[in-house]
Design a protein around this ligand. Structure first.
Ligand SMILES: [Zn+2]
Length: 681
């Protein structure tokens, strides 16, 4: 049995887990289960990345000591993975003592090999990203987050990353699957070809980190620290049996990461390991982002949707199926409750759920709950053979696509088989055959064929639907567990004839869409009100964000309009300065304005925001005539994801006051002397 060691990212604990983290962990769990069904000893590591400035600041904002703060957040990650049934074999926290030992060992190895030197840095620095920008001057925007940089001058330890340009390019050439998918690999190659600067791996202006063994109060840069977790968690530098396990499991077969941290994994990490003379991981796979109603969900944008309400309402399998089926792995994909419930109802409740329920119900009714004996080959019909051939083909297709991480295509293939069997049942009408005593052998063949296909579907779908595939397996009366089946041994004809099926129950009860979405939203609010922990951001409303959002939200929430004299709405939750700093608000000037055809509410505006001219769509047509706006100064939110409204891409949102008791927006006014592009803070 060959080992297969895979890792999720180590999640940064400056915020509570959100659906983006859950997505990465679910995919890793699916791969782990799939590899096990392929006969590998698949072992998975996950954990939390707990050092650095952002954590220190989040802890401060919560009035907590950083260790107590990280204890609490890491616990909520573990609790969530347990609740969702996500299986992992190792969990590493980068604040553990064993981890500091491993990081210091890496440093010694790299230093001994001559790749560390002490230098000084004077130039722009982004405190938010802990990034030495290297080019330009203080005050320029940070290339990662856009916040103004500040001037720092400090002594640092540098890693000679520049020495690894050619070795890295050779790695990508010799091992084309080191970085996947292909589009990301090309990005990494062109980044390295563009030239690598040496990397500062120490920070003197920070306390919350692993001390460097240099005796001068430096701590390690958070990425030099965090990446090592993949090795510490399985025993590196721990001696004895721990160390032996590291030797057996390392190198990792797969690092699964979000695309925003690919550079650290595909460039820095192999360079550190090459410098230290340690074996390199076999590959890194970068997945895309979940776009939630047009808003990217990642740690830099805060917490919008969490997995618990979905788990409680439809079970974790519904979420797993959606994420793997709807999102092409490696690309960005959008998430909405609407699409989630639609997928559940069509693919799970309707297609697979109905197939299981009616097949098992008929076996129960017509054959006293025993798997019927099909007719011999001579008496079988073309349609029976077609289902068998389709099943054989599907085993091959699903296994090959899952092996290549093409989960969406794999599920599509499996659901192709589900559809074929449902069609077969409709065309062969076992319920009609049941009324004709001389058709009993035909009835037996049809129900056997459907039940055998259902067994194969349950095995193939088990990595993605572990709970429900197990229930179908048990209802078929099969022994053992579905996840113990080996994919290489799966073939047509293994369903034991005459076997007794178990009690038949619906595996995927159909959901009422409106009621389900209302319940999801209610639970989301309840959780965020009750369970808000330090560092957790308030849940944003699930309504789409955009120019006309405030008025739309008030209406869609179904609140009756309060009388005009009503008090102002209650104040929102407190947020940290970092949360506020994420919103980039600028002064702009309207250059052109026109009504959007087919609506009374929307205006299309052309706005000069200093650096550039933007097109925006705003829901202010009932309050402002287009011509009255030309030349007017406005405040806009400049860093929202673009959003399409009536076919026009809106790039930003105009800030307006909302009058209590009315939908009428009132634009914020800005004195004419304020230049376009000025930032609000
Ligand atoms: Zn930055």
């Amino acid at each position: 049995m060959s080992k297969y060691y895979l890792t999720t990212p180590l999640y940064y604990v400056n915020a509570q887990p959100h659906l983006g983290h859950t997505y990465s962990t679910i995919v890793a769990d699916v791969i782990r289960r799939f590899r096990r069904m392929q006969g590998h000893e698949a072992l998975m590591l996950t954990g939390t990345d707990e050092h650095g400035q952002k954590v220190e600041r989040s802890a401060q904002a919560a009035g907590m000591d950083p260790q107590a703060f990280t204890d609490q957040v890491t616990q909520s990650f573990r609790a969530l993975w347990d609740e969702l049934g996500l299986q992992y074999d190792f969990f590493i926290r980068t604040t553990e003592a064993r981890h500091a030992v491993a990081v210091q060992k890496l440093f010694h190895l790299v230093e001994k090999a001559g790749y560390i030197y002490k230098g000084s840095y004077a130039g722009p620095y982004c405190f938010f990203d802990e990034l030495y920008v290297g080019e330009g001057q203080a005050g320029d925007p940070c290339p990662l987050c856009g916040r103004p940089t500040e001037q720092v001058t400090e002594e640092n330890y540098f890693f000679k990353l520049s020495a690894f340009e050619q070795p890295l390019l050779k790695l990508y050439r010799d091992q084309p699957d080191f970085v996947r998918p292909e589009s990301r690999r090309n990005e990494v190659i062109s980044f390295v070809r563009g030239g690598l600067r040496d990397l500062s791996i120490s920070r003197a202006n920070l306390k919350w980190g692993i001390p460097m063994p240099t005796g001068d109060n430096h701590v390690f840069y958070v990425w030099f620290d965090a990446l090592m977790g993949y090795m510490t968690g399985i025993g590196f530098a721990q001696g004895g049996a721990e160390e032996e396990r590291w030797k057996r499991l390392w190198p990792a077969d797969l690092h699964l990461v979000g695309k925003e941290i690919l550079r650290f994994h595909a460039v820095y990490w192999p360079a550190f390991l090459m410098a230290a003379g340690l074996p390199l991981p076999r590959g890194v796979y970068a997945h895309g982002w979940l776009l939630f109603e047009q808003d990217k969900m990642s740690k830099s944008r805060g917490n919008i949707v969490s997995a618990e309400p979905i788990h409680r309402v439809m079970g974790a399998d519904g979420l797993r199926y959606f994420l793997l089926r709807e999102i092409v792995f490696g690309q960005d994909g959008s998430f909405s409750y609407d699409a989630l419930v639609d997928r559940y109802n069509s693919d799970l409740a309707n297609d697979l759920g109905n197939l299981a329920k009616r097949t098992l119900d008929m076996i129960s009714r017509y054959f006293d709950g025993e798997i019927p004996y099909p007719s011999g080959v001579a008496a079988r019909q073309g349609a029976d053979q077609e289902v068998q051939d389709k099943a054989t083909e599907t085993i091959q297709a699903a296994t090959a696509t899952f092996d290549a991480f093409e989960f969406s295509r794999g599920l599509e293939a499996i659901w192709g088989l589900v559809a074929a069997v449902n069609k077969y049942l409709v065309e062969n009408e076992p319920w009609t055959l049941a009324d004709q005593p001389d058709e009993r052998p035909r009835l037996a063949t049809v129900l056997y064929t459907a039940a055998e296909a259902l067994r194969i579907v349950s095995v193939l779908a088990a990595p993605v639907l572990p709970v429900s595939a197990g229930r179908i397996w048990r209802q078929l009366g099969l022994s053992g567990e579905v996840h113990e089946q080996l994919l290489a041994e799966l073939k047509w004809g293994q369903l034991p004839l005459g076997g007794k099926i178990a009690k038949v129950e619906a595996v995927f009860p159909r959901l009422d869409k409106a009621a389900t979405i209302a319940e999801l939203r209610r639970l989301e609010q309840e959780l965020s009100a009750a369970g808000r922990k330090p560092g957790q951001k308030p849940a944003a409303p699930a309504a789409p964000q955009g120019p006309q959002a405030p008025a739309e939200q008030a209406r869609s929430a179904g609140q009756p309009a309060p009388p005009p004299a009503a008090a102002a709405p209650p104040l929102g939750e407190r947020i940290t300065i970092d949360d506020f700093a994420k919103v980039d608000m600028r002064v702009g000037q309207v250059l052109a304005a026109e009504r959007v055809k087919g609506t009374d509410k929307l205006l299309k505006l052309t706005v000069d925001i200093g650096l550039e001219t933007r097109t925006m769509v705003a829901g202010i047509a009932e309050a402002y005539r287009p011509e009255s706006l030309i030349g007017r100064k406005v405040v806009i939110v400049a860093n929202l994801q673009p959003r399409k409204l009536r076919g026009i891409e809106s790039n930003g949102m105009i800030v307006a006051a909302v009058l209590t008791g009315s939908d009428k927006p009132v634009l914020v006014s800005v004195p004419d002397e304020v230049p376009n592009g000025s930032k609000l803070k």
